[in-house]
Design a protein around this ligand. Structure first.
Ligand SMILES: [Fe+2]
Length: 287
């Protein structure tokens, strides 16, 4: 099972009233929502996941295209979703399906370069979360999905308000404004609050809600949790060149990595160029 829904974190309170900025939002793909809900249940059956993805033929075809891409060294061998699950494993197919579904969700906004940078930032954060989780001996598949979805609120805002959000990015960069504060000024809600609200409505695992709501907050307490790892991955994505906006005084790779637990530091590259090239290659494979 890919998602260990640990109830160590409180699920954000479900707010009944829809924040005005999120009214009429295009819905997050049903297949992605159901996939996460299914995987958070115990004893998930492979066949159930296969049926869920295969039930939407156009989507399933695009998942198979990814499974057959050079990323997985199985070019042309994967014929069906159930075949993909056998060859690649349930976790990998889930990661592909979730990435494909999220890419479809943001696709209408991708005509604007500034918003494409946000999407690349989400992908870079997901890939780095996976790498950091391996170095920290944490579940890398859960980390990938949490990294991918950490900025769900931002993706939702930019899908609903592409031009205003692109302007917000430009103004924030030009004036060195804090992005979260600027979001609150414009939308009365920042992307962490927006993401937490959306997650509460979709009944996602509590651990993911924690990440979405708190990935920009300094860690409290000694325990190193998933949300802390995702916060480092988020900053690392910026440090290796995949920032949504570039502000002066951003931390470099070495400084960002210093927040990791000491033993894991030896298990990850500190080379900015090496990390940038690897992430760029993997992002390119999603096109
Ligand atoms: Fe964020």
């Amino acid at each position: 099972m890919i998602v260990a829904a640990q109830d160590t974190t409180a699920r954000p309170e479900a707010v009944n009233e829809t924040p005005w900025a999120l009214e009429g939002l295009p819905t997050f793909p049903t297949v992605a929502t159901r996939l996460l809900q299914l995987l958070s249940a115990r004893d998930v059956q492979l066949a159930e996941v296969g049926r869920l993805v295969a039930a939407e033929p156009v989507f399933a075809t695009r998942v198979l295209q990814m499974a057959n891409s050079p990323l997985f060294s199985l070019q042309g061998q994967v014929k069906t979703i159930s075949h993909a699950i056998v060859l690649l494993g349930l976790d990998r197919v889930t990661a592909i399906a979730m990435t494909r579904a999220t890419a479809d969700f943001v696709a209408p906004a991708m005509r604007i370069e500034a918003l494409r940078r946000c999407w690349r930032n989400s992908l870079a954060g997901a890939i780095l979360s996976e790498k950091l989780a391996r170095a920290c001996r944490m579940d890398s598949d859960v980390a990938y999905l949490a990294g991918l979805l950490r900025d769900l609120g931002r993706l939702a805002l930019l899908v609903k308000y592409p031009e205003p959000y692109a302007n917000l990015l430009a103004v924030s960069q030009e004036n060195v404004f804090d992005l979260l504060a600027t979001e609150r000024d414009l939308f009365d809600i920042d992307h962490c609050e927006a993401g937490a609200w959306l997650m509460s409505k979709m009944s996602f695992p509590a651990e993911f809600c924690d990440v979405v709501a708190h990935h920009h907050e300094a860690p409290a307490g000694d325990a190193f949790r998933l949300v802390h790892l995702i916060r480092i991955a988020d900053r690392l994505a910026d440090a290796v060149g995949f920032a949504a906006i570039t502000l002066p005084g951003e931390r470099g790779v070495e400084e960002v990595l210093s927040d990791l637990p000491a033993p894991s530091l030896l298990r990850i590259s500190h080379d900015t160029e090496e990390l940038r090239t690897e992430i760029a290659d993997r992002i390119e494979a999603w096109r």
